[in-house]
Design a protein around this ligand. Structure first.
Ligand code: AMP
Ligand code: ZN
Length: 102
């Protein structure tokens, strides 16, 4: 999607360091961290929010990625968060899962 910040990061139009990447998703450090470690796990496919997910194997794969990222980053305790819809605080309209660890 042309106007999407996460698609731009994926397409290298905006510089960002990937902490993880596989065929389904990638992960970056949140630019405005709300915990000591704050990582965003983002599907490569542009999907607006959880409400638009049709094939939930994507969500399974994202959570598998989360466990790999956490091992890699030595994260043993964490919260996950998916904001869905503007009224719930979703700012970037491209599905993502927050990993938050203090
Ligand atoms: P949400 O409120 O769930 O849509 O979360 C969007 C998150 O994206 C926020 O925590 C932002 O700090 C983060 N964010 C926005 N732009 C960037 C960027 N260029 N690189 C990394 N994180 C970003
Ligand atoms: Zn996008």
């Amino acid at each position: 999607m042309d106007d999407c910040i996460f698609c731009k990061i994926l397409n290298k139009q905006i510089p960002s360091e990937f902490v993880y990447e596989d065929e389904t998703c990638f992960a970056i450090n949140d630019i405005n961290p709300k915990a000591k470690k704050h990582i965003l796990v983002i599907p490569k496919e542009h999907i607006k929010s959880l409400n638009e997910v049709k094939d939930f194997t994507l969500i399974k794969k994202m959570f598998e990625a989360i466990t790999k990222i956490n091992k890699q980053e030595n994260i043993t305790h964490f919260k996950t968060l998916i904001n869905t819809g503007k009224d719930a605080g979703q700012v970037v309209e491209h599905l993502h899962i927050h990993i938050l660890s203090d």
